[in-house]
Ligand binder design. Sequence first.
Ligand code: NAD
Length: 453
Amino acid sequence: MVITIIGAGYVGLTQATIFANAGFKVYALEVDQNRVDIIKSGRSFFYEANLDPLVENAIKTGMLIPTTSYEDALAESDVIFSCVGTPDNPDGSSNLTYVFDVVDKIINTIGESSKILVQKSTVPVGTGEKIIKLLTDSGSNVSYVSNPEFLREGSALIDSLWFDRIVVGSNDKTASDKVLDLYKLVTGQRGNIAARAGISTSGRDSKEGEYITTSVNSAELIKVTANAFLATKITFANSIAKLADATHADINEVMHAVGADPRIGRSFLNAGRGFGGGCFPKDVSGLISSGIEYGVEIDILHAVTQENESMPSYIVEKVIDHENGPLTGKNVTVLGLAYKAGTSDTRRSPSIKIANLLVEHAGAKVKVHDPVAMQDRQTLDALADDITVINDLTEAIQNADAVFIATDWPEFTSLSPSHYADLMSGKIFVDCMNSFSPDAIRAAGLTYVGVGR
Ligand SMILES: NC(=O)c1ccc[n+]([C@@H]2O[C@H](COP(=O)([O-])OP(=O)(O)OC[C@H]3O[C@@H](n4cnc5c(N)ncnc54)[C@H](O)[C@@H]3O)[C@@H](O)[C@H]2O)c1
């Protein structure tokens, strides 16, 4: 079985690398020549823990073939996974340009040969039906399977090898069974793949994920509903955090006890500076748009978007209130630019919004540092002009009047409060992700500002 993965980004490269390490010949078909060249050199163009050894091995063994050529890749392939981006349009709806471009290219490249097209990109409900119609009308011999992806950046390999569920939606049982068989073959190899990547299997080995077969529309709706629900949980915690601030309660104490109820669960109830990244914001707005398209108002999601967008300025205002005025001329260090720890991805990162607000709204002199997310052109372009990027963590903290822990990288959360206190010249410690103990920060002589604490 030969596989093509179209779009070698966070999702596509991870999946291509796993299939190649499981013994499949895999074409990574990518339009960006620079990305192709980097992958050819045996590494990833983004940071994801443990991925590089697998990319290196797959390139060395010749099982992973990065290419920009549709003809080369598709001629040989039986199964084609589409993993291209689905960003949002200015009105919040999903931009499906890349998705339909891929369908066009497949129709124009494969002639009458028989293939399975697997949709891994997150697409709005109803997209698969439109693609199936295009494929049928073109006379091509392509079966369509919706197979949404659930990996999280920062734990992409573990999530893929020890998945909670694989969802396949199709009206072609033979095609969806073939796709399920691919995942089952990978599961049989996951111990070897993990060992090659340097991932410990201990405590994980017995995990059996669920294989779920659905209609195409259900599969599409499952993916965006899962993300919108998680975004709603975070936002709910953030809303209650504001009330905790106003009443001197501690949101961590509150959510620890609330989440102890198994009907609720503790995960995704951490209050903080809000969600970002390439998925949650656009999946929430995409679901709102799908609702509108089919005459259904999903009001709760409007509130989620609005509340989430308020969090960076809520935190900056809280510090301004605390200081009884703007931070004009103060040296402020923002630690973390990635939208979450474990990735170099800064798409829609609330940490960047905080850094920019500190310059543009609070009048501070801002330095930023991130362990892996400072090289990317897009990241640098997203930062306000006057922000200084500092490569060394100690240098970034030194002489700061205020430090904002904007992304909870272990590099920052594992440092002791006294380490910060010794390096800083001021006392303001802003814990945007509620990662520290307020008492420990205060014991080091710093002023603690959290979210809902
Ligand atoms: N990143 C995540 O954590 C994650 C998790 C689950 C689902 N998803 C979904 O998976 C999809 C891909 O996300 P991503 O984060 O990997 O995006 P990405 O932007 O990192 O990768 C997409 C890649 O596709 C390439 N591409 C675009 N058009 C192409 C074409 N016609 N032919 C070949 N390559 C093309 C781009 O150059 C890019 O490298 C999205 O729909 C996203 O919502 C992402």
